[in-house]
Design a protein around this ligand. Structure first.
Ligand SMILES: [Zn+2]
Length: 553
């Protein structure tokens, strides 16, 4: 009995010292005094109730953690949640990661980030309808296609049609019920055909509206920076002679360059080129008015689609480089669309050489490239062996988007070493990779990159199509790969460190991120403290109930 009393006494003392709570100390003293004056039977019952209560008192180590600095408390709390694995701690881990500052989302497609619900609002405002058979947008000018349409209001009243609409305009419900489906990559990339019509209809208004929604979402989940691919300028100069000659010149660097020189002059003399570039820059400027504030920054990447013919690809790429060189808001150039498309595959080397040519002409323009968004079975094995390496060594990519097929590359060790040394970060999009490629868990090369010292960035890719957010990507990172809190902080920092913002914006955003982490860790520290308090006082009714009448005899 004396030993147990000593334990009770010391535990109470530890708690009172650790928290500096005079109340606890007073409670301890009065408890001991009153305990001695109780009748023996009641004393036994109170004694066992106290034992039960003490089993829930935080251990000595957690008491010490509470006395430590907020960073240490947050780190220990995260480790505790993470090591809980697939048990109930996942919900608490989600809470933790939702509140955690996430820096920037720098692999971000505007049209794919916008949820179908928001697109429906735009369709309604535009006075357009939805076709009840193929779920495309039909507007008043589509005179021949009006008969099978539904208004947005009527679509929203019909649960079955609305559910199908979402499953066409996003990846929603793809796996959770039986229905006719396209292959995941066809489903994913197919959604974009739905969006463009409504966005182009009243573009400045809807782009601004969409940006407002994305900014609001970013603030809610503690994201301070987005580098988005808003739209391409749409400039295309189609020339089938050029297509044939540039493909033929692919193996001859000098001939390749002189062919591009000639076509570059044609493009620059085309009045449509300046028109399209200027329209794009105006759209970017208009969309940016009033968006940046003390805790949020938006920048853009211009881009071109890799499924176009060589002349269209190159002319679009020239426009993208011009745009990035003209506007401080357009901070980089990207290449998009499905990498396993037949044109994307057959012209890959031509595209890399075109990037190299324009990088030489615009040395200050930064580039990030979707590369290696492929896996076994999607294309022939030999086609998995060079995309990332060529994006690095030929095109000079500053960042790699996805990089999923790195383990299949013939020169993977050299590519990884180059990415570590340069450094060239890899933009990891876990949900997107899982859906489009079926690559997840241990099959994903994220650990290979991490162990090779390549900086990692976590991004959403197309949150609206995938119906996720950046917090969810971090949850996948934490639950699947078990990285430490310090590593997570490093990954978050990378999203600002390796963003394409100018140095001044980057410095400002790094300072903001540090402040946000200090604020977050203080908040988590308070939360952990309050959780301990609640756990030590709130007992399930069945445990505390009737010690007096049912105590041990
Ligand atoms: Zn992407």
């Amino acid at each position: 009995m004396a030993v147990i009393f000593a334990t009770i006494h010391s535990k109470l003392q530890i708690r009172s010292v650790a928290r500096g709570e005079g109340v606890v100390e007073r409670l301890r003293r009065s408890t001991l005094i009153h305990f001695k004056s109780l009748p023996p039977m009641l004393r036994k019952s109170v004694f066992f109730a106290l034992l039960l209560w003490l089993s829930a008192v935080p251990s000595d180590s957690s008491a010490r953690i509470q006395a430590s600095d907020p960073y240490q408390v947050t780190k220990a709390y995260y480790e505790k949640l993470r090591s809980g694995g697939s048990k109930s701690d996942v919900a608490e881990l989600r809470l933790f990661l939702s509140l955690m500052p996430k820096g920037g989302d720098i692999h971000h497609h505007f049209s794919g980030a916008t949820y179908a619900e928001s697109y429906l609002d735009m369709v309604r405002k535009a006075g357009c309808w939805v076709n009840r058979n193929d779920y495309s947008v039909i507007c008043p000018e589509d005179a021949g296609s009006l008969k099978d349409t539904l208004s947005v209001d009527n679509l929203r009243k019909d649960n079955r049609l609305l559910s199908t609409f979402y499953s066409r305009w996003s990846d929603k419900d793809y796996y959770n019920h039986s229905h006719d489906t396209d292959a995941p990559d066809v489903q994913f990339f197919g959604t974009f055909a739905y969006f463009s019509k409504i966005l182009s209809r009243n573009s400045p208004t809807y782009y601004r509206e969409g940006i407002g929604i994305l900014k609001q979402r970013a603030k809610i989940e503690n994201v301070q920076y987005i580098e988005t691919m808003l739209v391409s300028s749409g400039y295309k100069n189609t020339d089938s002679n050029f297509d044939a000659s540039i493909r033929a010149a692919s193996g001859n660097e000098q001939q390749f360059r002189s062919t591009l020189d000639g076509f570059m002059a044609v493009i620059r003399n085309d009045p449509a080129f300046n028109d399209k570039v200027n329209q794009y820059l105006k759209l970017v400027n208009d969309c940016s008015i009033g968006v940046d504030d003390e805790s949020f920054t938006l920048r853009y990447q211009s881009y071109v689609s890799r499924t176009l013919s060589p002349s269209e690809f190159f002319s679009g790429l020239v426009a993208a480089f011009y745009e990035a060189s003209k506007s401080p808001l357009v901070v980089g150039v990207n290449v998009v669309s499905s990498e396993n498309n037949p044109v994307s595959m057959s012209d890959y080397k031509v595209h890399m050489q075109m990037f190299r040519y324009l990088k030489a002409k615009f040395p200050d323009v930064k580039t990030t490239m979707h590369a290696g968004e492929l896996t076994m079975g999607m294309v022939r094995p030999e086609e998995l062996t060079f995309h990332i390496s060529d994006a690095l060594s030929v095109a000079g990519a500053g960042r790699i988007g996805h990089g999923v097929d790195i383990a299949y590359e013939a020169n993977a060790p050299a590519a990884l070493d180059y990415m570590r040394q340069k450094p060239v970060p890899v933009e990891i999009c876990l949900t997107s990779n899982e859906f489009i490629l079926g690559v997840k868990g241990n099959e994903h090369p994220i650990d290979l990159y991490a162990r090779s010292g390549v900086p990692l960035v976590i991004a959403t890719d197309d949150a609206g199509v995938s119906r996720n957010n950046l917090a969810n990507e971090y949850l996948l990172l934490a639950t699947r790969y078990g990285y430490s809190y310090d590593f997570l902080r490093e990954v978050v920092g990378n999203s600002i460190r390796y963003s394409f913002m100018n140095e001044q914006d980057k410095r400002r955003n790094m300072q903001l991120l540090n402040m946000k982490f200090a604020e977050f860790e203080s908040r988590i520290s308070n939360f952990v403290g309050s959780q301990h308090m609640k756990r030590s006082t709130a007992r399930p009714a069945g445990i505390m109930r009737p010690p007096v009448t049912t105590g041990p005899r």
